[in-house]
Design a protein around this ligand. Structure first.
Ligand SMILES: *Cc1c(COP(=O)(O)O)cnc(C)c1O
Length: 715
């Protein structure tokens, strides 16, 4: 692969800052201290316009700005320091956690991590929500810990949709073409011939070619398969068109490219993984390809299957049967083609049974989860509760066993601290917790001693500064949304939205029925009293996308959007359009309270509340997923009981809504507005410190990846 230095899209950078070109090609800058700010300071407005894509910034920034930066000794020194740190980081594989604790995993035999979406940074829109962002955090922690890992995904040429709300609140989806030449991606080329690497697959009876792109995430390589090549017809070029955008057939075909194509790519690159991690069932077809390879060398399917199992591990992310990927058997057969099924040495009936819990049950579809359960030596859910729920859900796949004996364990999700902690908080952690606080993210003792040292007033002032930034961000986003919609009056009003002194509650997540977006609107009068209270008001910031095919979710969204137009709420409730990695970062770093009210037990883990806790925000959440493990009565609030009233959903919703209002009225609002002589809410700050102390070490992704390595990857 050819690496350019000092040049960006044909443009030469001044020598004193030439290292920027190299830095721009590895997402490491996205979590390095002073990484984003070095790029941003070249041209802050352009930085936002190109959505924080450094390669695009370097191609577009004016000669004058480049020349100024290149002759500013302070700026030049910052670039040099960052580049030196980066060079040390990528070169220094020796002193890492993995080298000490898991020397069995090597770069010659790395972990292969497969996922249908990756949320590494908002400038690479290959994710829809929690699953993708979790995968991005997994890569970053693997990199930091020095875990030899390569990742495989798809390059969706149109990414995931951009959300726009019409004046009536209805969601409209826009897609824009991603330009790989402008993203920090390199076309994967053959070492000897330097030609782009090509793979051939046989799908729907046609030869489909794929190329691959490389995204560098610290020490980790992320390979992205792409069928948008000239040799393919229009339909096949669009296989890697949209994330979750097409019909069932497109989805099935995408998953063949990911699973089968992914294995072939690794072979082509001579990468021989020690373990294949199927992060969610979307990539489960890879197990068939591994079996096919063995069968081509003379084994039968029954000989091959246990050998495949030895090398594959599976993480399930969905606690409801309907959420698992499945297809009509005839569709799978059509997409794979008879030849592929024959190459597995299976009859059609046996092939279809691989995707079923009950063999020959004609009513069952071909499910990727049953396939993964059969073909992987380890299965885990993503929180303790989710492990429990999954054992019940998949009991039938393990005949003769009781629920307790179902071999599904759990590894609770965590989030990547250096990505999600605000620079201002990093600074506090450096000074009071540990200079290398990020390398000690898992050390409980460091955090319990460190949190105690954080001075109340300093912590509170830092939080207030971040809140002011949030308010400016909210105004800016809403202003621009109104301008784009031609609503000048709305744009003008956006300038006075929100108030830095008011208790601010954030609620941002995918709009799906189980997340219960409408719960907060159960008793509008009661909510209005909270929002419009003279002395102790509350303000709300909402964000979230509905799946493009989910009309119910879009209706919920419309209701929320309409409600915020109510004149009494106009200034104190906002919906920020187009929820993404960047908006998530702004919100989790600065809200006072993070609200989460899923229907139990449907939140497999949830991760956004973990991001909030790292920044000292307080969770106000239903006891489900990770919060069931994190909540200890001193570090946030639990909405409702652990076990909701049984029976109808309405009873559960009514009880939880009442508990939510009661907590806000009697606990959250009073604690927030109770101040000492310095204006510090002492009781509140004590809870912030408890959240930092108890939740950072337990719910960061270094802890998660270490667990995967020790308990799952190494047998
Ligand atoms: C963290 C994150 C999520 C996951 O949030 P949960 O609702 O807690 O699962 C989704 N989307 C984005 C953009 C995120 O950053």
């Amino acid at each position: 692969m050819s690496e350019q230095t000092g040049a960006e899209n044909g443009r030469a950078l001044p020598e004193s800052i030439a290292a920027l070109a190299r830095l721009a090609r590895n997402y490491w800058w996205g979590w390095a201290a002073d990484g984003a700010s070095v790029f941003r300071d070249l041209d802050p407005r352009l930085w936002d316009e190109c959505e924080q894509n450094p390669r695009e910034l370097l191609a577009e920034v004016s000669e004058l700005r480049l020349a100024r930066a290149a002759t500013d000794p302070v700026y030049v020194a910052r670039v040099r320091r960052l580049a030196e740190k980066f060079d040390r980081y990528v070169a220094d594989g020796e002193a890492t956690w993995a080298r000490r604790e898991a020397p069995q995993i090597s770069w010659a035999n790395p972990v292969a991590y497969f996922c249908a979406e990756f949320g590494v940074h908002s400038s690479l829109p290959l994710y829809s929500g929690g699953l993708g962002v979790l995968a991005g955090d997994h890569l970053k922690s693997a990199s930091d810990l020095g875990v030899p890992l390569v990742a495989v995904g798809l390059l969706y040429n149109y990414g995931y949709f951009r959300q726009r709300l019409r004046a009536d609140g209805w969601q409209v989806e826009d897609y824009s073409k991603l330009d790989p030449a402008r993203a920090p991606l390199a076309l994967v080329r053959d070492d000897e011939t330097n030609d782009p690497v090509r793979l051939a697959l046989d799908i729907r009876g046609r030869r489909v070619e794929a190329q691959a792109w490389l995204a560098s995430v610290g020490r980790v390589r992320l390979y992205l398969l792409d069928t948008n090549v000239a040799e393919n017809g229009e339909t096949d070029r669009l296989i890697t068109g949209h994330l979750y955008g097409g019909d069932r057939e497109t989805r099935c075909v995408q998953e063949i490219v990911l699973g089968v194509g992914g294995v072939r790519l690794l072979r082509r690159l001579k990468i021989e993984p020690c373990v294949f991690h199927l992060n969610e069932g979307h990539s489960a077809f890879l197990t068939l390809e591994l079996a096919r390879e063995l069968i081509a060398r003379g084994q039968t399917f029954n000989d091959a299957a246990p050998r495949v199992r030895e090398r594959c591990v599976f993480t399930t992310h969905t606690p409801v049967a309907a959420g698992h990927d499945e297809f009509l058997p005839s569709l799978v057969e059509h997409c794979f083609g008879r030849d592929y099924v024959e190459s597995l040495g299976l009859s059609l009936a046996d092939f279809v049974n691989l995707g079923r819990v009950q063999a020959d049950d004609e009513s069952e579809l071909f499910g990727l989860t049953p396939l993964a359960l059969k073909m992987c030596r380890s299965t885990n859910g993503v929180s303790r509760k989710h492990g429990e729920v999954s054992r019940e859900l998949w009991l039938e796949a393990f005949p003769g066993r009781t629920v307790g004996e179902v071999p599904i364990t759990s590894v609770t999700n965590g989030v990547h601290a250096p990505t999600w902690v605000a620079p201002l908080m990093r600074d506090l952690y450096e000074r009071y917790v540990a200079e290398d606080w990020d390398a000690r993210a898992c050390d409980e003792e460091v955090w319990s001693r460190g949190a105690a040292r954080l001075p109340d007033e300093e912590l509170w002032r830092a939080h207030l500064l971040l809140k002011r930034r949030l308010i400016a961000f909210v105004r800016d986003r809403v202003f621009n949304a109104h301008l784009r919609g031609g609503d000048l009056g709305g744009a003008e009003q956006a300038r006075t939205l929100f108030d830095a002194d008011v208790l601010t509650v954030g609620f941002a997540r995918r709009v799906a029925a189980y997340k219960r977006w409408s719960l907060i609107l159960t008793d509008v009068e009661r909510l209005m009293r909270l929002i419009t209270d003279e002395g102790r008001p509350v303000q709300f910031v909402f964000a979230g996308k509905a799946h493009p095919h989910d009309e119910t979710a879009k209706e919920i969204l419309r209701r929320i959007a309409q409600w915020k137009f109510h004149p009494h709420v106009a200034r104190r409730a906002v919906f920020i359009q187009d929820y993404d990695h960047e908006i998530a970062r702004q919100l989790v770093q600065s809200v006072d309270v993070w609200l989460n009210v899923p229907r139990r037990p449907l939140e497999a883990s949830g991760t956004s509340g973990e991001k909030v806790a790292m920044n000292g925000g307080l969770n106000l959440s239903v006891l489900d997923g990770w919060w069931l493990e994190g909540y200890d009565s001193t570090n946030g609030w639990a909405v409702g009981e652990e076990h909701p009233p049984t029976g109808e959903h309405e009873d559960e919703d009514a009880a939880d809504a009442d508990a939510l209002y009661r907590l806000l009225e009697e606990e959250v609002v009073p604690a927030y507005y109770e101040r000492d002589g310095r204006g510090v809410p002492v009781r509140w700050v004590r809870m912030m410190k408890r959240a930092i102390e108890t939740l950072v070490p337990a719910f960061n992704s270094d802890r998660m990846v270490r667990e995967y390595v020790k308990r799952i990857y190494l047998k």
